[in-house]
Design a protein around this ligand. Sequence first.
Ligand SMILES: NC(=O)c1ccc[n+]([C@@H]2O[C@H](COP(=O)([O-])OP(=O)(O)OC[C@H]3O[C@@H](n4cnc5c(N)ncnc54)[C@H](OP(=O)(O)O)[C@@H]3O)[C@@H](O)[C@H]2O)c1
Length: 263
Amino acid sequence: MSDTSGPLVGRTALVTGGSRGIGRAVALRLAADGAVVAVNYRRDDDAAVETVNRITAAGGTARAYRAAIGDPDAVTAMVTAVRAEVGPVDLLVSNAGTASRGTAIADTDESEYLRLLRVHALGPLALVRELLPDLRAAQRSDVVVVSSVITDDMPAGGAAYAMAKAALEAGARTLAAEERDHGVRVNIVAPGLVATEMGSRLVAATAGTTIEDLDEVYPFGRVARPEDVAGVVAFLASADAGYLTGERIRVHAGGPARTLHRR
Ligand SMILES: NC(=O)c1ccc[n+]([C@@H]2O[C@H](COP(=O)([O-])OP(=O)(O)OC[C@H]3O[C@@H](n4cnc5c(N)ncnc54)[C@H](OP(=O)(O)O)[C@@H]3O)[C@@H](O)[C@H]2O)c1
């Protein structure tokens, strides 16, 4: 149930990749905390509708916006529509993302790097550029980007994804420095493995098991859930985190599982 006295009442959030996985949990949590939420997605209309329906059924307010992050024209059209229909955004959660093919550098061509960079780094920065007038004008505003612990260890086979997330983090930290005087907080959330479709596919491809089977070897007896990430995002957007900017919080329970799987 959304809270009429919740910590985010009066805020307007845009969650990219908000239709499924981590983004859906973030959208549900921000709405439950009182924010009006614009749910961005790329192509899965049903998942986006389901997220919006869950929010409205719980008494919150949300609307879905289809636009591929990385497609400049689609993003411009989305920002115009969001501004007109739900109002100026004062909380951007840049979460949309895709996995890379996981090939070694020896076998990866430039198009794969560019594909990942576009979705994870260049697209989000273009979106921020469009939203900055609204973010600067707000009394309190935040950009939270969802990166990954992959930038801590740069494992073999992860170059395209890790480079894209590293570029995202570089952009976010620079943005934090540039926008502090405008009141815009910019922080990074870096999850380890999270139980989503992306996480499940990654485990199937790299660990030869199912993500459910990993619960028993993961810290606290479970792989992280999307809600674990959503809670940290909600904290960063709250008044309690008002003096934080340029920070990076790992959602990783202090380290990897007792297996070789490290993402
Ligand atoms: N799961 C993990 O283990 C893990 C760990 C660390 C970091 N992360 C990061 O967390 C974020 C969310 O991952 P997830 O596990 O929740 O993935 P997921 O379950 O595959 O969901 C991805 C979401 O992003 C959307 N999306 C993908 N490409 C998009 C684009 N170009 N423009 C707009 N929306 C797009 C999808 O929409 P459609 O369905 O419409 O395509 C979907 O809503 C990603 O940035 C990922 O890199 C994930």
